[in-house]
Design a protein around this ligand. Sequence first.
Ligand SMILES: Cc1cc2nc3c(=O)[nH]c(=O)nc-3n(C[C@H](O)[C@H](O)[C@H](O)COP(=O)(O)O)c2cc1C
Length: 356
Amino acid sequence: MSRPIVGGKARPSIARPIDLRTATALTDPLSGAMLRAMSSHTAGDPTVDLSVDLSVDLAGLRLANPIMTASGTSGYGPEYAEYLDLTRLGAFVTKAVSPEPRKGNPPPRTVETHGGMLNAIGLANVGLKRFIDEKVPFLAELGIPTIVNVIGHRVEDYQTVCRELDKIECISGLELNVSCPNVDDGLEFGTDPKRLKSLVQAVRSETKRAKLVVKLSPNVTDVAEMAAAAVEGGADVLSAINTLRGMAIHVDTCKPILANRMGGLSGPAIKPVALYMVNRVYTAVARDAGVPIIAMGGISDWRDAVEFLLAGATGLAVGTALFVDPRIPLHICDGLSAYLQSKGMKSVRELIGQLK
Ligand SMILES: Cc1cc2nc3c(=O)[nH]c(=O)nc-3n(C[C@H](O)[C@H](O)[C@H](O)COP(=O)(O)O)c2cc1C
C-alpha cells in the first residue's frame, strides 16, 4: 500500500505492522529486555518551533504540550526513556497500579489486527508498594507531570491506591481505569452511571491534591451518560477512550488466539469511534462543565491530533502507535506547530472544540 504524501513528506503509516516483540516488551512489567528491538526507530531529532505555544491547561495542571503516553503502553517510564527524551512529553501516564501485584493473564495476551491490536494483559502490575518504592523515584526526577493509572476490583482498592499516591508530590494526576470488573458481580464500574458516580465520589473523598481523571469505557450505549456521572462524582478531567472489546480466532486450531479469549482493541482501527465519543462527551457534558478531556484511541500523527483537538480534546494520549515508532509524540508536536503556523494561530488552545 502506498503511503499518503503530505507537504512533500510521507505521513507515518498507520498500516505498518506492529512489532509484537516490541509490544510485549513495553507492556510486560516482568520483561527486562525492554524495547531493544526498536532502536532502529530512534534516528533524527525534530526541530521544535518555539514561536507557537503548545501548552495546555488540564484543570489547573499546566502541560508544555498536549501529548502524553496512553496508560499501559510505555511501562512506568524507564522502559520507554531509552528511546525518547521523556521531558519532551506534556505528561507521562503510567501503566495501571492496583493495591497488590498482579501477574495478569497467561500468554498469548497480544495479537495484531487490521489497523490495530488486541490486548488481554489482564492489568499485570507491580502493585502499590513496589510502585512507590521502585518506580516513583524515577518519576520524581522526570520533571514533567505524571499521571498514575489506577485499577481495582472493589471501591476500597481504588481508595487505597489513590489515598497513598495523593500524598506523593510528584504525582500530578490519578487516572481511574473504570473498565475493571467489580468483584461482587463481575460488571465493570464504568458501564453503570450510578456505580460510576459513587466510585468517583468515594475516591474523591480520599484525595485532596492530585487531579482526578476518570477514563471512560467505550463499551456502553451512551458515553455521555457515563461522563456526566463521572463529573457529578467529582472528576477534574475525563479521558476517553479505553479499548473496545474484541476477539480474534485461529482458523487452524479453531480456538481464540488470546488465552483470555477476548481482549481490548486499540490503534488506528478505533480512531473514528474515539473521535465520535470525545466529541459526544465534549458537546454533551465537558464543555459546559468546564472539564477538560484527554483523548486517546488510534492517535498516530499530527492530523489525528488536530482532529481530536477540534472535537474538544485538551490532552492527547498516544498508545498503540508507540509500538510502531516511540518518537511519534515528537513528530506530532512538530506537525502541530507547523499546522498552527500555517493557520496563523499562536496557540494550540485556539483549536480546542473548534469543530464547525
Ligand atoms: C498493551 C496495552 C495495555 C494497556 N493497559 C492499560 C492500562 O493498564 N490501563 C488503562 O487504563 N488503559 C490501558 N490500555 C488502554 C490505552 O491506555 C488506551 O486507552 C487505548 O489503547 C486506546 O489508545 P490507542 O489506540 O492509542 O492505543 C492499554 C492498551 C494497550 C494497547
